[in-house]
Write a protein that binds this ligand. Structure first.
Ligand code: BES
Ligand code: ZN
Length: 869
């Protein structure tokens, strides 16, 4: 005999009944921020039970309203008990008798609060003609539909949804489907939406507020709208155009039409993630949807296109075919990430977006180099663990291994297989192995065996290579940034070129070691493995091959992607203690004439990290090293100047800002002077042409290098710009630059500003990149404010950013201990994984510092390099 206790502590809902159709009616009150709800669910009872167990959280369910009416008898069963198991977010409904098998109608009435947590049914605040107003918005992924109405809140419990909203008649009310009917009564309107196709609860959405929109159609008649703040609909045009083209592209690519009659996209001022793929009603942060011709930067434009393409990919991959359980989240996110690049490449070939995909791979490799990483397919035992896996493993490693597989199978085969998979699992759920089965079937390659080694174990290999007798001798081991290598193995698709791209050798490395014949190898030629960086692994060359690669880089024989790859692998090997900093800097020096965006962008990131670690390990080398990096970046920056040249490329526009930013942070005098001059002109006149959008982040960063507690007028001026702008991208640039100030007193002010009501809580996390001088201050601040921070951000993934941003930069074992002790009594499931990862990074840094101290040839090399400029 079942009792309440039997349902506790289980990761999944019991299977004795499942929902088929929801009729949900919601009446939000935007003044009191409460809502009333009523839901009527067609439930299929499949085994004998007196209980129905579903999810609910933060809702008051009225026990007397709960009843079940079997379709066969129409005799109503009144609930004999209604109980909430809070820790598992369960609603247990008990009946006096066993329910008859088959379909019946479960009715429930309930009340809830429009919360300020950006999840469930929440309120967002916006400004309308100087007046503050509330809008009501939903965000249900991963598991918060249960905060809006009681439901079977699991991705596999698909059902149809018929939504009805009672709202003030002057407001726009949106949901997944088009409006079927509207009834006006007094100042209130009731909006009845059409019933949706079968879908998961996490994709249900509702938005109520004041909006303008722009509208367009796809060639097959789907109505597409982009909703924006009142008066800003011009800023929605770019995203709208991208959406229309992307929908048409995906229809062809997946060979299945978009399933709904309309697609709305909408900008929400308070929004925790970047965007959310709700079926037919995609919600976005303002900065990921709106594009302002005059004030947005090239990087903003690209971000909008990528985010739109990502969310629309989910309309097929995720919404039509849904993961069976959160263990397979990567199928959703890894896939949408990969496809978004595919779409961006078709729409904007001049962006060379596949070379920018390297950033995804790098971030995936970076997280997966930790022993505290996790496999792509990860066990989930409680809803509270889901938030943390929306990470670089699910997204970036996920997308990278998909790209690796596509390049192994060939683009055509891959596309054909995907189209089959989508058709086979449409309106249903799938697991990772289901995708492999279809791919294996269509390609006749051992996809399952190959891919299991990448998705079921954490980490990735580093492949060591040397040449002997016209053979490449290969050896794989688990690459870890911290520990000695483990003994995992992978099936690695190896590719190699020797001296030219004309002849590519391929080989599947299945064992620990292997060898590859390279008959065309001439003793003097360079050898590049992982050609075009399509594989998710690192390569370690012996010294002889390293020297040849440096020469190949200097004489422009390697492609940009391969230059990037050689550099990134060398950096990781250095951080992990497998190669010296001397070796890395020698390589870096061969990028003296680099002009390619992606390569320079990675070089910039590496320079920040190297500067930081050297400051901890050998502060006496900092000045010379600074000179060296300045010399490296002055050349391309000088070519680009401060102002856009007419007709210049998108990549040059993005590069300009990144170069100026790094030069500012390195303290480059003429950049700082020029920046302050232009900033002053901009403060005097916001329409000044001296500060084009692509240079603003750099300028603000430069300004923050020059201010301090007794010279703060430009800091105040920057805050004024922040307060006066209504463009979220502009606010973001400012927030992102403030804490780079070297004065710890200012850093502390900035950190407190982030917690003030002037910064939306979603944006605060972008202000946490603190200067090295402010690092200790930030850690003290985090401890002081932890209770408040944990309360305010503690229920979603944003909280993890506070920890990773402030803890990871440390580089001593003592610090790691201190942090560990502080959090020992403050642990909770939402931060556990991130904390362990951040502590591991501190240990990696600490070991790196020790290695640098022992690197005897470093001082002389740094001297030499700084003089060469
Ligand atoms: N499904 C996610 C949104 C999400 C993230 C929901 C975390 C719940 C928790 C959405 O498709 C997404 O991945 N958005 C990205 C943007 C994308 C371009 C990488 C995001 O929010 O950053
Ligand atoms: Zn996504």
């Amino acid at each position: 005999m079942a009792s309440y206790a039997d349902f506790k502590g289980k990761p999944r809902l019991p299977k004795f009944a499942s929902p088929k159709r929801y009729d949900v009616r919601l009446k939000p009150d935007l003044i009191s921020c409460k809502f009333n709800g009523f839901v009527s669910i067609d439930v299929d009872v499949v085994s004998n039970t007196k209980f129905l167990v579903l999810n609910a959280a933060d809702l008051n369910v009225d026990p007397s309203s709960v009843s079940f009416t079997p379709k066969s008898t129409s005799q109503e069963f009144q609930a004999s008990g209604v109980g909430l198991i809070e820790e598992d977010e369960l609603l247990v409904v008990e009946f006096g008798d066993e329910l008859p098998l088959g379909i019946g109608l479960l009715n429930l009435s309930f009340q809830g609060t429009l919360n300020d947590q950006m999840k469930g049914f929440y309120r967002s605040v916006y400004d309308c003609n100087g007046e503050k107003k509330n809008m009501a918005v939903t965000q249900f992924e991963p598991a918060d539909a249960r905060r809006c109405f009681p439901c079977w809140d699991e991705p596999a419990a698909k059902a149809t949804f018929k939504i009805t909203l009672d709202v003030p008649s002057d407001l726009v009310a949106l949901s997944n489907m088009p409006v079927a009917e509207e009834k006006l009564e007094g100042g209130l309107k009731t909006v009845y939406f059409q019933e949706s196709p079968i879908m998961s609860t996490y994709l249900v959405a509702v938005v109520v507020g004041l909006f303008d929109f722009v509208e367009s159609h796809t060639s097959d008649g789907i109505k597409v709208r982009c909703y924006c703040q009142v008066g800003k609909s011009d800023q929605g045009k770019f995203a709208l155009e991208v959406a229309v083209k992307t929908l048409e592209l995906y229809r062809k690519y997946f060979d299945v039409p978009y399933a709904l009659p309309k697609l709305d996209m909408i900008a929400i001022p308070d929004f925790a993630a970047g965007a959310m793929e709700n079926y037919g009603l995609v919600t976005y942060r303002e900065n990921a949807l709106l594009y302002d011709e005059k004030n947005s930067a090239a990087a903003n434009k690209q971000r909008v296109a990528i985010v739109v393409a990502h969310e629309l990919a989910h309309q097929w991959f995720g919404n039509l075919v849904t993961m069976e359980w959160w263990t397979h989240l990567w199928l959703n996110e890894g896939f949408a990430t990969w496809v978004s690049y595919l779409a961006a490449d078709v729409l904007f070939p001049e962006w060379k977006i596949w070379t920018q995909f390297l950033d995804q791979i790098t971030d995936g490799l970076r997280l997966d180099g930790l022993s505290e990483s996790h496999p792509i397919e990860v066990e989930i035992n409680h809803a509270s663990e889901i938030d943390e896996i929306f990470d670089a493993i699910s997204y970036r490693k996920g997308a990278s291994v998909i790209r690796m597989l596509e390049s192994y199978l060939g683009a055509d085969t891959f596309q054909r297989a995907l189209a089959c998979y989508i058709k086979k699992y449409a309106c249903s759920n799938a697991k990772t192995e289901d995708l492999w089965a279809v791919l294996e079937d269509i390609s006749s390659e051992p996809v399952k065996e190959l891919m299991n080694s990448w998705t079921q174990q954490k980490g990735y290999p580093v492949v060591s290579v040397r040449v002997k007798d016209q053979k490449l001798e290969l050896n794989q081991s688990h690459f870890l940034l911290s520990d000695a290598p483990g003994d995992s193995q992978w099936i690695v698709p190896i590719s190699a070129c020797c001296g030219s791209y004309e002849n590519r050798h391929t080989y599947l490395l299945k064992e620990k070691s292997g060898s590859l014949d390279v008959k065309d190898y001439q003793g003097t030629a360079w050898v590049k493995l992982n050609v075009n960086q399509t594989g998710f692994y690192r390569v370690k060359y012996d010294e002889e091959l390293q020297a040849k690669l440096r020469h190949a880089i200097e004489s422009s024989q390697l492609s940009a992607t391969d230059r990037f790859g050689v550099l990134d692998d060398a950096f990781a090997l250095c951080m992990s203690g497998q190669q010296s900093l001397t070796t890395l800097l020698t390589l870096v020096a061969s990028f003296r004439e680099e002009t390619e965006y992606t390569v320079l962008s990675n070089l910039i990131n590496i320079s920040y990290k190297v500067m930081r670690i050297v400051a901890d390990a050998m502060p006496e080398l900092v000045d010379s090293l600074q000179k060296f990096f300045i010399g490296l970046f002055e050349y391309p920056s000088g070519k680009l100047g401060w102002e856009p040249k007419s007709g210049e490329s998108h990549l040059d526009s993005m590069l300009r800002g990144e170069l100026l930013t790094v030069l500012a942070e390195l303290g480059h005098k003429s950049t700082l002077n020029e920046a302050t001059r232009r900033f002053d002109a901009f403060c005097a006149d916001r329409n000044s042409p001296l500060l084009p959008p692509d240079t603003r982040k750099a300028t603000y960063t430069a300004v923050m290098q020059t201010v301090n507690a007794s010279n703060r007028s430009r800091y105040e001026a920057l805050l004024k710009v922040y307060r006066e702008t209504d463009l979220s991208q502009e606010k973001g640039r400012i927030i992102g630059s403030l804490a780079s100030c070297p004065d710890p007193d200012i850093v502390l002010e900035v950190l407190n500003f982030l917690l003030s009501s002037e910064v939306r809580s979603q944006d605060a996390i972008f202000g946490l990149s603190v200067s090295k001088e402010g690092r200790e201050t930030a850690w003290k601040w985090l401890q002081d404010k932890w209770d408040y921070i944990s309360k305010t951000w503690g229920s979603g993934y944003l909280i993890t950013r506070f920890i990773s941003a402030i803890v990871s930069p440390f580089s001593s074992i003592e610090k790691a201990k201190e942090v560990d002790e502080f959090f020992a009594s403050r642990m909770k499931p939402t931060i556990a994984r991130t904390l362990k990862q951040s502590l591991e990074r501190v240990q990696i840094n600490a070991r790196w510092v020790q290695a640098i101290k022992k690197d005897n040839s470093l001082p002389q090399l740094v001297q030499e390099l700084s003089h060469r400029n």
